[in-house]
Ligand binder design. Structure first.
Ligand SMILES: Nc1ccn([C@@H]2O[C@H](COP(=O)(O)O)[C@@H](O)[C@H]2O)c(=O)n1
Length: 318
């Protein structure tokens, strides 16, 4: 189901390790000051958390995004563990599902069942040795909380990544549409965005929204269930979201799972796309796959520094 602050409702390196930071991205070339220019303009790319398989290619994409300009740009992002943190002070941060699961309105029995499901299904979700085809039929767990509770309130226990507000502010100030495509719980993540005072008119959300019976008991989720591995055009049919933005052919895609890579599949014509992936968990095991799939991989980086740095560079008028 799609929802939006605007009222729109329809609801890559040669080796496995990739290059670290700006190595190769920002290194000055013989006789050229231009290459240095980019690394100086996006110093965040020098962070130790940054890995890039094909620095040359990434440099080209970032330049094109800037050249194409703000009117061509749109951002497509996952929410849980992408805009929100994975961990904080050595502990896991709750996803929008976990906020619901941990709420006082869920019975103890319900909580235990949800925890059991988490322990069973999360390892499957992140298993680097299973194909997407093997995982897809198993991902029904996204709706598993439905029969367990009454209305749960978001009590602010989600942790947004550092730079959360700046990210939303930059896009809003420049009228860049932000599409949040989430297999989480839409009502809860919207509340998190609202409580941060950044649910601006340029933000649209496609996610799972709760439905309640007359007694206020959460009985099911509305619309097609969105899970980690069907975040693509199949669940956007009839929304017309990407069609309305057909002139916005420059994309920045932000995700934390391999499933997030298909979020832009419904965009009619993509000229430039920069895929930035947060690699939060099982870093060593999954690094190769992430470097093959995302242009920039941010390893155990709990901030939006790199994303904000790239946006600042792209959105700054030349
Ligand atoms: N019952 C569940 C189901 C899923 N999750 C996690 O929430 C994340 C939401 O999906 P995104 O694609 O928006 O990131 C997902 O990573 C699942 O691990 C959960 O915590 N509880």
């Amino acid at each position: 189901m799609v929802s939006g602050a605007a009222g729109l409702r329809a609801g890559s390196a040669a080796s496995t390790g990739g290059h670290r930071g700006l190595e190769g991205l920002g290194a000055p070339r013989a006789g050229g000051g231009t290459e240095r220019g980019l690394c100086l303009q996006v110093p965040e790319l020098e962070k130790a958390t940054v890995r890039i398989r094909q620095p040359e290619r990434v440099r080209g994409i970032i330049r094109s995004l800037r050249e194409q300009g703000v009117t061509k740009l749109q951002v497509i992002s996952d929410f849980d563990m992408t805009l929100s943190r994975f961990g904080c002070n050595g502990r896991r941060c709750p996803t929008s599902h976990n906020i619901l699961d941990n709420s006082h309105v869920i019975s103890e029995d319900g909580k235990k069942k949800l925890k059991d499901l988490l322990h069973y299904y999360y390892p499957i979700e992140i298993d680097p040795n299973r194909t997407l085809e093997e995982k897809r039929p198993l991902m029904w767990w996204a709706g598993a909380g439905a029969e367990h509770g009454n209305t749960a309130l978001c009590n602010g226990h989600s942790c947004s990544r550092d730079g959360f507000k700046e990210f939303f502010d930059q896009l809003h100030k420049n009228n860049v549409p932000l599409f949040i495509f989430s297999a989480g719980v839409g009502d809860i993540l919207e509340e998190i965005i609202r409580q941060a005072n950044v649910f601006y008119s340029n933000v649209s959300v496609v996610s799972n929204y709760m439905d309640f019976n007359d007694d206020g008991v959460l009985t099911h989720f509305k619309g097609p269930l969105i899970h980690t591995y069907n975040k693509n055009n199949s669940v956007l049919q009839g929304t017309g979201y990407f069609q309305q933005l057909s002139t916005r052919t420059s994309i920045i895609l932000l995700g934390d799972s391999i499933g997030d890579l298909t979020m832009a599949d419904g965009v009619p014509s993509v000229e430039n796309i920069l895929k930035i992936g947060f690699l939060n968990d099982k870093v060593e095991e999954r690094r190769g796959k992430y470097l093959d799939s995302y242009d920039i991989v941010l390893e155990s980086d709990e901030t939006l520094d790199v994303v904000n740095g790239i946006l600042r560079y792209i959105l700054t008028e030349t």
